[in-house]
Design a protein around this ligand. Structure first.
Ligand code: NDP
Length: 400
C-alpha cells in the first residue's frame, strides 16, 4: 500500500466556505482540440467547491483510504523542518500544485527513495528537478489542458486591465476620488495594437483565438509552427524567434513552460529589444523573466506595464520587489485555480492515480517524464535539465 503526500495551499483565513457565490459551474467535457476532460471512474467531491486548499484534499481521501493507501495533506512545504520534508522519506507519490509548489529538488528526491510518481495537480512541472527525475526513473505527470482556458481568460483580462489602466482607476474610486485625468493619463485602447505570444500551445493559441475579436494584429513565436489553416483563421504572423517578435509588439504575453531554454528569457537584453512602452503579461512562470530587469524596465519607462500571477519562488518573499514595483498588476498565482479549474484538475489527479494504482497506462498527453526520459507532452514542450535552483528561498515567506 502506498503513501501519498499531497501539498496544497492554506485554507481561506476565515475557514472553508459555508456557502458559494454560485450554485453550479458549466460541465466541460471536451477541449478545443477534441481532447476529453478528465475521465476518472468516479469523483468524491461536488464540482465548484474549494478543493485546492488543505481541507479540500483534492477530494481524494475517501478514494485513497478505501484502497488502503495513506494520504498525508499539508501546506507546510518549505525548509528542512517542514512537514513535507519530514514525510517525504517513505512517500511513493507526491502531489503538488504549481500555485503552492512543493519544490522537488535533487536533494529532496535523494531523500525519497520510495518516490515513484510526482503528480502535478495542474499544468507545469518545473517545480520538479526533471533531470533528477529522469535519472531516478520517477514518473512525472500533469493534468494537461485542465486549466489552459482558465489562464487564457486571465491573460485577456490582464492585457485589458494594463492597457486601459484599470487597477489605478479602481483605486481612485476606493479612495473617494473622481480623478478622471489621473485615471486616463496612462489609458489606451487595445484596438490596432500588435500583440504577440511566446508559445502558441494550448494557452497561447487560446489567447490568440480570444484576442482576434479585439481587432488587434496578432503574432506568435513557437518551436513548432501552427498549421497553415490555423494561422490563416487567426490571422497570426509567425516569427522564427522571440527577438524578432518582441521588436514589433505593443503587448507580449508569455505562455511557454519554464525549462532551461526559457529560464530568464526576458532579461535586460531582451527587454531592450522591445518597443518602448510595451507591456508584458506573464502567467507562465516567474523565472522566465529576470526579476530585477523587469523592475528596472518599469522604473525607466522601457515597459509601460507588467502583469501576471507567477513568481519565483512561490510563495514570494514579503520583500519581493514585484510586490511594490510601479505599473504592475500582480496577483498571487491564481489564474489556473479558479473553482472551475479545480474541478477539472482534481478529477484529472484522480484519473492519474486510478491508472497508477491499477497499473493502467497514464494518458500520453499527461506524461512529462517516464521511463527515464522526457515523454508524452513533456517530450514535445520541455527540455531536460533543472529549473528549481533558488527555490529554497520560498521558506523566507513563512519565516517573515
Ligand atoms: P502547452 O504544452 O500546450 O504549450 C506550451 C508551448 O510552449 C508549446 O507550444 C511549446 O512548443 C512552447 N514552447 C516550449 N519551449 C519553448 C521555447 N523555448 N520557445 C517558444 N515556445 C516554446 O502548455 P499550456 O499552453 O497548457 O501551458 C503553458 C505553460 O503555462 C505551462 O507550462 C505553465 O508553466 C503555465 N501555466 C500557468 C498556469 C497559471 O495558473 N498561471 C496554469 C497552467 C499553465 P512546442 O510544443 O511546439 O515545442
Amino acid at each position: 500500500m502506498a503513501k501519498v503526500l499531497c501539498v496544497l495551499y492554506d485554507d481561506p483565513v476565515g475557514g472553508m466556505p459555508k456557502k458559494y457565490a454560485r450554485d453550479d459551474i458549466p460541465a466541460i467535457t471536451r477541449y478545443h482540440d477534441g481532447q476529453t476532460a478528465p475521465t476518472p471512474e468516479a469523483i468524491d467531491f461536488t464540482p465548484g467547491q474549494l478543493l485546492g486548499s488543505v481541507s479540500g484534499e483534492l477530494g481524494l481521501r475517501r478514494f485513497l483510504e478505501s484502497q488502503g493507501h495513506t494520504l498525508v495533506v499539508t501546506s507546510d512545504k518549505d525548509g528542512p523542518n517542514s512537514v513535507f520534508e519530514r514525510e517525504l522519506h517513505d512517500a511513493e507519490v507526491v502531489i503538488s500544485q504549481p500555485f503552492w509548489p512543493a519544490y522537488l529538488t535533487a536533494e529532496r528526491i535523494a531523500k525519497a527513495p520510495k518516490l515513484k510518481l510526482a503528480l502535478t495537480a495542474g499544468i507545469g512541472s518545473d517545480h520538479v528537478d526533471l533531470q533528477a527525475a529522469i535519472e531516478r526513473g520517477i514518473t512525472v505527470a500533469e493534468v494537461t489542458y485542465c486549466n489552459s482556458i482558465s489562464v487564457a481568460e486571465h491573460v485577456v483580462m490582464m492585457i485589458l486591465s494594463q492597457v486601459r489602466n484599470y487597477l489605478p482607476s479602481h483605486e481612485w474610486v476606493k479612495q473617494g476620488g473622481w480623478n478622471i485625468a489621473d485615471c486616463v493619463e496612462r489609458a489606451y485602447d487595445l484596438e490596432g495594437m500588435h500583440v504577440g505570444t511566446v508559445a502558441a500551445g494550448r494557452i497561447g493559441a487560446a489567447v490568440l483565438r480570444r484576442l482576434k475579436a479585439f481587432d488587434v494584429k496578432l503574432h506568435y513565436t513557437d518551436r513548432h509552427r501552427l498549421p497553415a489553416d490555423v494561422e490563416r483563421e487567426l490571422g497570426a504572423t509567425w516569427h522564427p524567434d522571440v527577438e524578432s517578435m518582441v521588436k514589433v509588439c505593443d503587448v507580449v504575453t508569455i505562455n511557454c513552460p519554464l525549462h532551461p531554454e526559457t529560464e530568464h528569457l526576458f532579461d535586460e537584453k531582451m527587454i531592450a529589444k522591445m518597443k518602448r512602452g510595451a507591456y508584458i503579461i506573464n502567467t507562465a512562470r516567474g523565472k522566465i523573466c529576470d526579476r530585477d530587469a523587469i523592475v528596472r524596465a518599469l522604473e525607466s519607462g522601457q515597459l509601460a506595464g507588467y502583469a501576471g500571477d507567477v513568481w519565483f519562488p512561490q510563495p514570494a518573499p514579503r520583500d519581493h520587489p514585484w510586490r511594490t514595483m510601479p505599473h504592475q498588476g500582480m496577483t498571487p498565482h491564481t489564474s489556473g485555480t479558479t473553482l472551475s479549474a479545480q474541478t477539472r484538475y482534481a478529477a484529472g489527479t484522480r484519473e492519474i492515480l486510478e491508472c497508477w494504482f491499477e497499473k493502467r497506462p497514464i494518458r500520453d498527453e499527461y506524461l512529462i517524464v517516464d521511463g527515464g526520459q522526457l515523454a508524452g507532452v513533456g517530450a514535445h514542450s520541455y527540455s531536460a535539465g533543472n529549473a528549481t535552483k533558488g527555490s529554497e528561498e520560498a521558506s523566507r515567506f513563512k519565516a517573515a
